[in-house]
Structures are given as C-alpha cells and as structure tokens.
Design a protein around this ligand. Structure first.
Ligand SMILES: Nc1ncnc2c1ncn2[C@@H]1O[C@H](COP(=O)(O)OP(=O)(O)OP(=O)(O)O)[C@@H](O)[C@H]1O
Length: 295
C-alpha cells in the first residue's frame, strides 16, 4: 500500500520557488496503477516520491510492503521458468510489514520499492549481463559463486540466460529494458514503480514488457504515455499542471485526459481552468477496485 498525505513538492530556484506537485492525498492499494498526463505535468515526480528519489517538501509518503502479495509463482518471459523465485524469495516473511516513511526510512523504502527508469542505461552499470544482475543480489547472497548461480537463474526467468556473458552495451533496447527490470526484480521488491518503461521500445518489445509488468505479482505503479498500456491498470491517475486531476477507472481517466487535450487551446489562452482539481478527490462509484481494496 502506498499513502500520500498532503504530499507536495516545491523546488527552490533563483527566481523563487516552483510548485512541482500541489498537495495530494491518495491511498493506493490496487495492484496495478497507471499514471498518465502531459509532458512536464508532474508524473515522474509523483512516481519518484514513492521510492524516495524525490522527497516531499510537505506532507508524507508512506509505504506498507505486503510480503504476501508476491509470494506466489513469479511470471516468466520467453523460455524462462519460475525456479528463480524460490532462491530469491526464500526469506520473505508473510503478512503486512510496518509502514515505512520515504523521508525517514530511505534505505528500507528503496529495498521495498524497485524503480525502473525509461532509459535502462541509467541502471545497467556492470560490464556483463550476469555481473549486472549479480550486483543487485550482492546484499542477499554473499558468496560469489552462489550469487552467479542465482543471477543465471534469474536471467533464465526473463529469457536472457544466453546473454549472460555479453556486454550490456551490445544488447538491443528491448533486451536492455528486460535486463533492467530483471535486475530490479531480483531484489524482490514489494512494489515496482516503472517510469515510462516502454517509451524507447518498438511495438513488439513494448507489448512484451507490458505483458511482463502487468503479470507481476508485485504492486505496480506505471507512468506511461501509452494509453493502451495505461488502460490495463485497475486504477488510473491523471496528472496535469502538478496536480492529480482525475483518479478513477482507467477508461474514464483516459477519456478525461483526452478531453483535456482537446480543450488545450482554450486552456492556453487562459479562458478555461487547466484542470478540474475537484475531481481528483471524488470517489468513483464505478471503480471496481476502490481504494480500500487490498491487492
Ligand atoms: N527539481 C526541480 N526543480 C525545478 N523544476 C522541476 C524539478 N523537478 C521537476 N521540475 C519541473 O516540474 C515539472 C514536472 O516534472 P516531471 O518530470 O514530474 O514531469 P512528467 O510529467 O514526468 O514529464 P514527462 O512526461 O515529460 O516525463 C516539469 O516542468 C519539470 O521541469
């Protein structure tokens, strides 16, 4: 579960403060949450607050990792199989953990919340594929040989086993993104936040990565400009001008976003409000998985 309580982000600058995110309160319990909105609207800021990459200037963000929610068989891709899960998940405790505050419990939050960036190059740092995934396992598995074996098993799960000793620089964009996701998931986070993970990918790889993300046992928060992908969520947030302006069922959220784009010329001329902020807090009676439902 992810809780924003009057969370705001203000960036100081030479010419005064800029409000990047207006105060927002949300309780996110659904398993799949998508965030959509225009460029520069504040989506990444909202996503980065979840794992502490951005700290709130006011209010709080709290994470309650549910260790039971992803204790089942993990999905695989390509020729992979599920065996990796047992190696990495053996120590997972059952039941909900205590809430973590992103400002106070930074290290624990980063362990609980994996983050996938748009550009996988931002997180692939070791020379080879196997070394990269092994690096993410270093805290969990101290012995080097065991770590390599676990890395290979994890790669198998994502259909990347044959690329184990390849330089990460020789991978295709799709393979890099898959590896980036694999390295994050190898640490078994309770929540996965993905910030436009398919933006740099072709259609085939977008579909592949989308299928992977939406079949994960983890709670997923995905920022995306791909409205088909966004529509697969249980709940969608629309962000505009640093505020959550709609929160509800994906189809309605997407319709709201499309309508706001259609109205844009008026908005730019200053003849209409940028967003109907009242709708953000309004509960959606049609939302099948309302905020109180546990994933
Ligand atoms: N530290 C900062 N200082 C000043 N402005 C910032 C800071 N962080 C973000 N912003 C501004 O806040 C706005 C929202 O940024 P953010 O990256 O969250 O948008 P976004 O919706 O993810 O955009 P995109 O879809 O283009 O990735 C942008 O105008 C950005 O330039």
């Amino acid at each position: 579960m992810i809780e924003f309580r009057s969370t705001a982000v203000v960036a100081p600058g030479p010419e005064g403060d800029t409000t990047v995110l207006h105060p927002v309160s949300l309780t996110l319990t659904e398993r799949r949450i998508s965030i959509i909105g225009a460029n520069g609207s504040g989506k990444s800021t909202l996503a980065r607050l979840i794992n502490g990459l951005v700290e709130p200037s006011a209010g709080t963000v709290r994470i309650t990792p549910d260790r039971t929610e992803h204790s089942g068989a993990a999905p695989s891709i390509g020729r992979g199989h599920h065996a990796a899960g047992s190696t990495e998940r053996g120590t997972a405790e059952a039941g909900p953990a205590a809430p973590l505050d992103t400002a106070r419990d930074g290290a624990a939050v980063r362990r609980a919340v994996g983050f996938v960036f748009t550009d996988p190059a931002a997180q692939l740092i070791m020379p080879t594929v196997a070394e990269d995934i092994a690096l993410s396992l270093r805290r969990r598995i101290r012995n080097k040989a065991d770590r390599r074996a676990a890395a290979l098993t994890a790669l198998e799960r994502f259909g990347l086993r044959e690329l184990a000793d390849r330089s990460v620089h020789t991978l295709s964009g799709g393979q890099k993104q898959l590896l980036a996701i694999a390295t994050v998931l190898a640490t078994d986070p309770a929540i996965l936040v993905a910030d436009e993970p398919t933006t740099l990918l072709d259609l085939r790889n977008s579909l592949r990565i989308g299928d992977l993300l939406f079949t994960l046992p983890q709670q997923l928060v995905i920022v995306t400009h791909d409205l088909e992908l966004a529509a697969r969520a249980d709940r969608t947030l629309v962000v505009a001008d640093g505020a959550v302006v709609f929160d509800g069922a994906p189809a309605e959220a997407i319709a709201h976003y499309r309508a706001s784009v259609a109205e844009e010329p008026d908005t730019r001329a200053g003849t209409a409000p940028a967003a109907d902020t009242h709708r953000a807090a309004a509960p959606n009676p049609d939302l099948p998985s309302a905020p109180e439902i546990t994933p």
